[in-house]
Write a protein that binds this ligand. Structure first.
Ligand SMILES: Cc1cc2nc3c(=O)[nH]c(=O)nc-3n(C[C@H](O)[C@H](O)[C@H](O)COP(=O)(O)OP(=O)(O)OC[C@H]3O[C@@H](n4cnc5c(N)ncnc54)[C@H](O)[C@@H]3O)c2cc1C
Length: 549
C-alpha cells in the first residue's frame, strides 16, 4: 500500500516536531511583552499582537522561505540592449515588504512621535523580522534616512513625506508620483568601508546648486530604493548627498548596477555595486561634514542591528524550545533531559538579555531631548551593537544543533537563521570599529560614561556579583595601558554589566540569577549549556517556549 504522498506503509512518520506555526510571535515572547509595557509602549499592544499573529502564520513563514529560495535577479539592460538597472524580486519579497511598510516599521516614530514610539517600533521590527531578515534592510534604511535628512530643511520637506508613507509602492517612477518611497545608503567603496575617508567618488558642484557624482560603490544594498544617501569627495572634503534613482523630470538618474553580491545569507535582499557617472545629486549638510551628516542615519541603523540580532536570537530560541518540547529521545521529551534544558535555558538567557538591552536602547532613542538619555544612548548603542550582534552567530549555531540533523537541512528555518547571523556584526561598523567607537566616546564624552554608570547604579546592591563586576570594570577602564588592544574585553564587560543591571531589575529571578552566575560570576563554560547546577532551567525554558494555539 502507498499513501497519497507515494510513501510505502513502512514509512510511518513519528516523533517529528510539528512546524512552529499558528502562534503569536509577540505574545509568546514574555521578555518583549514586559519590555514594551515597561518603556511606555503598552498602547501598541493590540497592533503588536496583530503583527505577531501574522508573523506566526504558515503563509508568512512561506513568504520568508520563498523570498530566499528565489533571490532577486538583476537586469542590467532591457531586451533591446538599453540600460535598465532594475532588480526583479519574487512576489513573496513584495508581500513581506507590504506588511512591514503597512505596519509602519520604516516610519512610525516619525509619523507619531509619542512616548514609547521607538520601543513600539523596535518590538514590531523584532517580531516581523523573525519571519525573514533580509527585507528588514530597506525598511531599516528608510527609517534611518529621515533624521539625517533634517540637515537640510528643503530636502527634508521634499523626501520625508514620501519616506514616511505607509504604502509600499514598488518600482522606479518619478518620486512625486509614487504613493511611498524607500531609501538606501551608499558609503562603502572597494578601498574602504570602515574608513570612509578614503572614498574616491568625486562630487563636482554645478551652477544650479546640484552636484555631479562619479565613482563606484562596492556595497549598496536594496538598489531598487527610490533615493540614497551617499558619500563623495567635494572640494570641501567628504560630503553627504541625496541621490534619487529617478529625477524630478521623470528621467532616470545614472545608477549603473554592475552586479549583485552573491552572499552567504541575506539572500532575499539585493546588495549591489553601483556606478555613478555624472550622477545628479543634492548636497545634504555642509561640504566636508559628510560623516557628521550620515552618522544620524548610521546611529539609527546601529539600533536596528541590535533589534535584528535580538530578533534572530529570539527566533532561534523559539525554534529550539519548540522542537525540544515535541521531540523524544531515550524515552523522554528532549526538554525533560537536564542537559538539553541547560542548553535551552542558556540560550534563552542570552535572548532575554538582548531583548532587555534592545528595548532600553529604543527607550533612550525615544528621549532625544533628555541629555542624560542621549548621553546613555551614545555609549549604550555602540556597546549594544558590538555585543548583541556578536552573540547572534553563537546562538544560531547552538540552537541549530538542538534540532539535530534537521537543523542543518535547508527545509527547516535554522539554516537560514545561521547564514543570516554574522551580518549585523559586519555592517554599520564591524566589531572592532564599534569597540573603538566605545573607546572614543569614553575618551571624548565624559557625560556618556556618567550616564552609563548611573544606569548601572540603578541596580546597585541588588546582586553582589553585579556590584563586584561593576567595580572590576571601573578599575579596568581606569587603566589605559594598551587600551586599544583591550577594547573588545572592555566593551564585552560593559555589555554584560549593562545587561545584568537590566535583568536584575526587570527579569524574573531565575533569569537574572542564571545570567549573573554565568556571565559575571564565572560559573560557566565556553559553550552554551554550561549554566551552573542550581539554575532554574525549567522556569527559564518554560517562559521562553512559544505557546502554539
Ligand atoms: C550584505 C552586506 C550589505 C551591505 N550593504 C551596504 C550598504 O547598503 N551600504 C554601504 O555603504 N555599505 C554596505 N555594506 C558594507 C559594510 O558596511 C562594510 O562591509 C563594512 O562597513 C566593513 O567595511 P569593509 O568591508 O571595507 O571592511 P574593512 O573596513 O576593510 O574592515 C575589515 C576588518 O577590519 C576591521 N577594522 C577596520 N578598522 C580597524 C581598526 N582601526 N582597528 C582594528 N580593526 C579594524 C573591521 O572591524 C573589519 O573586521 C554591506 C555589507 C554587506 C556584507
Amino acid at each position: 500500500m502507498r499513501d497519497t504522498w507515494g510513501m510505502a506503509d513502512t514509512h510511518d512518520v513519528t516523533n517529528q516536531a510539528p512546524p512552529l506555526v499558528s502562534y503569536d510571535v509577540f505574545s509568546s515572547d514574555a521578555a518583549l511583552v514586559e519590555g514594551v509595557q515597561r518603556h511606555d509602549a503598552g498602547w501598541a499592544t493590540d497592533r503588536l499582537v496583530e503583527l505577531g499573529q501574522r508573523a506566526g502564520t504558515a503563509e508568512a513563514q512561506e513568504w520568508g522561505r520563498l523570498a530566499n529560495d528565489y533571490p532577486p535577479v538583476l537586469h542590467t539592460v532591457d531586451r533591446y540592449g538599453r540600460r535598465a538597472d532594475e532588480v526583479e524580486f519574487h512576489p513573496s519579497w513584495h508581500a513581506l515588504m507590504e506588511v512591514a511598510i503597512g505596519a509602519g516599521l520604516h516610519a512610525s516614530p516619525w509619523v507619531d512621535p509619542k512616548p514609547g514610539a521607538h520601543v513600539a517600533r523596535a518590538a514590531g521590527f523584532s517580531v516581523w523580522s523573525q519571519v525573514e531578515g533580509g527585507h528588514g534592510c530597506p525598511v531599516s534604511m528608510t527609517h534611518a534616512a529621515v533624521p539625517a535628512l533634517r540637515a537640510d530643511q528643503a530636502l527634508y520637506d521634499e523626501w520625508a513625506p514620501r519616506l514616511t508613507s505607509y504604502t509600499y509602492d514598488f518600482g522606479l517612477r518619478p518620486p512625486q508620483d509614487k504613493a511611498g518611497c524607500l531609501a538606501g545608503m551608499g558609503m562603502t567603496e572597494k578601498q574602504g568601508g570602515s574608513d570612509v575617508r578614503t572614498n574616491t567618488t568625486r562630487a563636482v558642484a554645478q551652477p544650479d546648486g546640484t552636484y555631479l557624482l562619479t565613482g563606484h560603490k562596492w556595497f549598496t544594498s536594496a538598489p531598487m530604493c527610490d533615493v540614497f544617501l551617499a558619500l563623495a569627495q567635494a572640494d570641501g572634503g567628504l560630503t553627504c548627498f541625496v541621490v534619487p534613482r529617478v529625477l524630478p523630470d521623470g528621467t532616470r538618474n545614472t545608477f549603473r548596477i554592475q552586479r549583485l553580491k552573491n552572499k552567504l545569507g541575506n539572500r532575499s535582499n539585493a546588495s549591489s555595486e553601483p556606478e555613478f557617472d555624472d550622477t545628479i545629486a543634492w548636497r545634504l549638510g555642509d561640504e566636508g561634514r559628510g560623516v557628521r551628516t550620515i552618522i544620524e542615519m548610521v546611529m539609527m541603523t546601529r539600533l536596528d542591528c541590535v533589534i535584528g540580532s535580538t530578533s534572530l536570537m529570539r527566533a532561534c530560541v523559539a525554534q529550539a524550545t519548540h522542537h525540544a518540547r515535541h521531540r523524544q529521545a531515550f524515552g523522554d521529551y528532549l526538554v525533560d533531559k537536564p542537559l538539553m534544558r541547560n542548553v535551552l535555558a542558556d540560550l534563552a538567557v542570552e535572548s532575554e538579555a538582548a531583548t532587555a538591552l534592545m528595548v532600553r536602547l529604543a527607550a533612550a532613542t525615544d528621549a532625544p531631548d533628555d541629555e542624560r538619555e542621549a548621553a546613555f544612548r551614545r555609549l549604550g548603542l555602540a556597546v549594544g551593537k558590538y555585543w548583541v550582534s556578536k552573540r547572534g552567530p553563537n546562538v544560531a549555531a547552538e540552537a541549530l544543533e538542538c534540532l539535530g540533523g534537521n537543523g542543518y537541512v535547508e527545509d527547516f528555518p535554522m539554516a537560514r537563521l545561521y547564514r543570516e547571523a554574522p551580518l549585523n556584526s559586519i555592517w554599520e561598523g564591524s566589531g572592532n570599529v564599534n569597540a573603538l567607537d566605545v573607546l572614543r566616546a569614553l575618551g571624548r564624552e565624559p557625560h556618556a560614561w556618567e550616564a552609563f554608570r548611573s544606569e548601572l547604579a540603578a541596580a546597585g546592591g541588588a546582586d553582589a556579583r553585579l556590584d563586584a563586576a561593576v567595580g572590576e570594570l571601573e578599575r579596568a577602564l581606569a587603566d589605559t595601558t594598551e587600551i586599544e588592544t583591550r577594547a573588545r574585553r572592555l566593551v564585552e564587560r560593559m555589555a554584560l554589566v549593562l545587561q545584568a543591571s537590566l535583568l536584575v531589575r526587570h527579569a524574573p529571578p531565575a533569569v537574572a540569577d542564571a545570567f549573573c552566575a554565568s556571565r559575571l560570576g564565572g560559573d560557566w563554560g565556553h559553550a552554551f549549556g554550561t549554566l551552573p547546577p542550581g539554575a532554574d532551567t525549567r522556569a527559564i525554558v518554560e517562559r521562553a517556549t512559544p505557546k502554539v494555539s
